[in-house]
Design a protein around this ligand. Sequence first.
Ligand SMILES: Cc1cc2nc3c(=O)[nH]c(=O)nc-3n(C[C@H](O)[C@H](O)[C@H](O)COP(=O)(O)OP(=O)(O)OC[C@H]3O[C@@H](n4cnc5c(N)ncnc54)[C@H](O)[C@@H]3O)c2cc1C
Length: 303
Amino acid sequence: MSFNRDRFLDFCESIGCGYKTDVPLKDQTTFRIGGNASVICEPDSAKQIACIIKNIYENDIKHFVIGRGSNILASDSGFDGVIIKLTKSISDIKLIGDTKIYCGAGASLSDICMFALEHELTGLEFAYGIPGTAGGGLFMNAGAYGGELKDAVISAHYIDRNGKLCEINVSEMELSYRSSIFSKGGMLITDMIFSLEKGEKQKIKEKMDELIGKRRDKQPLEYPSAGSTFKRPEGSYASLLIEQCGLKGLTVGGAQVSEKHSGFVINKGGATFEDVIELTDKVRDIVKKETGFTLELEPVILK
Ligand SMILES: Cc1cc2nc3c(=O)[nH]c(=O)nc-3n(C[C@H](O)[C@H](O)[C@H](O)COP(=O)(O)OP(=O)(O)OC[C@H]3O[C@@H](n4cnc5c(N)ncnc54)[C@H](O)[C@@H]3O)c2cc1C
C-alpha cells in the first residue's frame, strides 16, 4: 500500500527537513540504475534524523537509508517510500586527542583518509578510494587490501526505531566480512570514532598512492558499477572463479562482466536492474555448476 506522501512532506516542512520528490535513483547510485524514489529527504542534524525516523515508524512508511549509493542495485520500478540521505551537514571530520578521528556518517571514506594523512595518522590507508561514506562503509564493514573498517572503528552512534540516539562499541557491532549488526535494520548510523596510530606522513601517502594506483590499473573505473558484484566465497575469489569459467565479457542488455576485472559487473550503457539480475544469475549458475562454489551478491538491492 502506498504511503500518504503529502502528509509526510508536510511533516518534513514542519521540522525544516529538506526533501525532493520523484528522484531518479540512477542519479543517486554509482551503478546509474534505478527508477524514481517517491521522496528523498535530507535531514541535516541527528535531531532531524530522529524526528524523521520516529514519524516513519509511527506511520509504517517503507524507507531506506542511502550514503553514496556505491553498493546499491536499485530496481527500475523505483521505490515507493522515503529514502533518507545523509547530507553534507552530517559529514564533519574532527580530531579527538592525538590519534582518534570523529566523523559524521555522511563523510566520504576518502576524505577521512585524507584527514588522517594530514594529521599523520596511520591505519585507514586501505580505505582510500572506496567510493562510499563512513555510514555505508560501517554498515558493509567495507574493506580492501587486507584492511577492514572493523580494524579501525571503536564506537559509533545510531538512531533506533524510536528515534533514540544510542551508542554502540565495536565489540557489539558484529562486524565480519561485508556484514554488521546494522544490516538487521532499524539502526541509522549518525557518526563514529576511529582509533589510529601516529605514523610517518610520507609513508602513509606512499601507501595511499600505491593503493589508488592499483585501483586505477585493475578496476573498470571508467564505467558505472557497484564495485565487486559478488562476495568472496570462502576458499576462493569470485573474480578468479568467473575468469576460470570463461565469463569475462558476458553481456545481458547493457550489463557486462567487465573484461578488465571479472569481479565487477559494469553498466556499459542503459543497463537495467533486470539486465544485472539476469547476468548475475547466469554467472552464479555457471560458476556453481563448473566449480561447486556458491556466489552471493554483494550490493544491497533497493526495491
Ligand atoms: C568502483 C567501486 C569500488 C569499490 N571498492 C570497494 C572496496 O574496495 N571495498 C569495499 O568494501 N567496497 C567497495 N565498494 C563498494 C562500496 O563503495 C562500499 O560498500 C561502501 O562502503 C558503501 O558506502 P555508501 O555510502 O555508498 O553506501 P550505500 O551504497 O549508499 O549503502 C550501502 C548500505 O549501507 C546502508 N547505509 C548507508 N549509510 C547508512 C547509515 N548512515 N546508517 C545505516 N545504514 C546505512 C544502506 O542502507 C545500504 O544498505 C566499491 C564500489 C565501487 C563503485
